[in-house]
Ligand binder design. Structure first.
Ligand code: MN
Length: 246
């Protein structure tokens, strides 16, 4: 049976018959990528913490999707006007998902906000706004460029992401204004953009098949980028062995 891959969703206000209403949403690029990799995607709506275990028991792998900013109160910082999309319910749900996924060594692919949630959930912190602090203007490139690899990332050749994608030098997209500041205990940075911004992190115990990247492989996968497809295939393949086979 193909593995079931849970994908976290983004809250949005949408037009509906009753007027504007709150919805759980996900771009099709994510489900396309999971399907192409041989998995069965299922969208995850937030549930209260005591129900997260029951949810995790019924999925074989997890994708933490992109979205708005994590509430800076979660890592001891304060909200400012560069931040957007902060959602208490989503933060709470995804933080509990990460802690449970880690405890159970559930194969996980963490994308953009997903990487940031992993880092914050396990004790790390974030750069609140890259343009303000680092000065780079090329980490938030929207429009059709999301389907192009326009930003260079250098990967540690020993890291799992490099082994999965088959190279240390990658061209990726970039749709974020925040990044990892202090890596969570047990993690190390394994990929950086040319300005030093952390683009990939890795957990010390390879028994947790976790791939965490700051870019968006789901868009690049839609554009037939082999390295991005490989990340989703590695997740799906890891569900059988419960570890990354590279
Ligand atoms: Mn970037």
């Amino acid at each position: 049976m193909p593995p079931v891959i849970g994908i976290s969703t983004r809250p949005r206000e949408l037009e509906s018959p009753e007027g504007e209403s709150s919805a759980h949403t996900l771009q099709r690029t994510y489900t396309n990528a999971v399907l192409r990799a041989g998995g069965v995607p299922v969208l995850l709506a937030p549930v209260p913490d005591p129900q997260v275990g029951a949810l995790i028991d019924r999925i074989d792998g997890l994708v933490l999707s992109g979205g708005g900013d994590v509430d800076p109160a979660r890592y001891g910082s304060a909200t400012d006007d560069t931040m957007f999309g902060i959602d208490f319910e989503r933060d709470q749900f995804e933080i509990e998902l990460v802690r449970t996924a880690k405890a159970q060594r559930l194969p996980t692919l963490a994308i953009c906000r997903g990487l940031q949630v992993v880092n914050v959930a396990l004790g790390g912190s974030l750069i609140e706004d890259i343009p303000t602090e680092v000065g780079s203007a090329d980490h938030t490139i929207l429009g059709h460029e999301v389907f192009n690899g326009h930003q260079h990332v250098s990967l540690d050749p020993t890291c799992l992401v490099a082994k999965v994608v088959g190279t240390n030098d990658l061209q990726v997209n970039s749709i974020h204004h925040q990044a990892v500041r202090e890596v969570a205990p047990g993690f190390r940075p394994v990929g950086r953009a040319d300005d030093g911004v952390i683009e990939a992190i890795e957990f010390e115990d390879p028994e947790w098949a976790l791939l965490a990247v700051q870019w968006h492989p789901e868009y690049l996968s839609d554009a037939d980028d082999p390295a991005s497809l490989a990340l989703f295939k590695a997740l799906v393949d890891a569900t059988a062995a419960r570890q990354l086979t590279v």
